[in-house]
Structure formats: structure tokens, C-alpha cells
Design a protein around this ligand. Structure first.
Ligand SMILES: [Zn+2]
Length: 60
């Protein structure tokens, strides 16, 4: 079972990211056609954290 704290310590997991505004988990938004990560959307407060640089590369 995936544990978020385990992932934080052992592997870079960019599927979710703490919201910069409220700290709740923000979910990744991927542009499927280009396989590019657009950023992370927080369903709690509506914040969108735009991906920059290598964060935009989706390797999955
Ligand atoms: Zn938020």
C-alpha cells in the first residue's frame, strides 16, 4: 500500500504535490497528447501550481 510519507522519503513522486497555498495534496494535470505535465490542481482551494522545467516531463 502506498504511503505518501514513504514516497516523499524514497522516490520523487510528482503525481501529487503539496498545495503551495493551503498544503493539501494537489493532483497533477497532464496534457495527454504531448505527455507533458501542466501542473497541479488543488481541489481544496482551487490553486493551480504550474509545472516548470523538468517537472513538465512525464515519464510514466
Ligand atoms: Zn490548496
Amino acid at each position: 500500500m502506498a504511503n505518501s510519507s514513504y514516497a516523499d522519503r524514497h522516490a520523487p513522486d510528482l503525481t501529487t504535490k503539496p498545495c503551495p497555498k493551503c498544503g493539501n495534496p494537489a493532483e497533477e494535470c497532464i496534457w495527454v497528447e504531448e505527455n507533458v505535465r501542466q501542473g497541479w490542481y488543488c481541489p481544496q482551494c482551487g490553486e493551480f501550481d504550474k509545472a516548470i522545467g523538468r517537472e513538465r516531463v512525464c515519464e510514466s
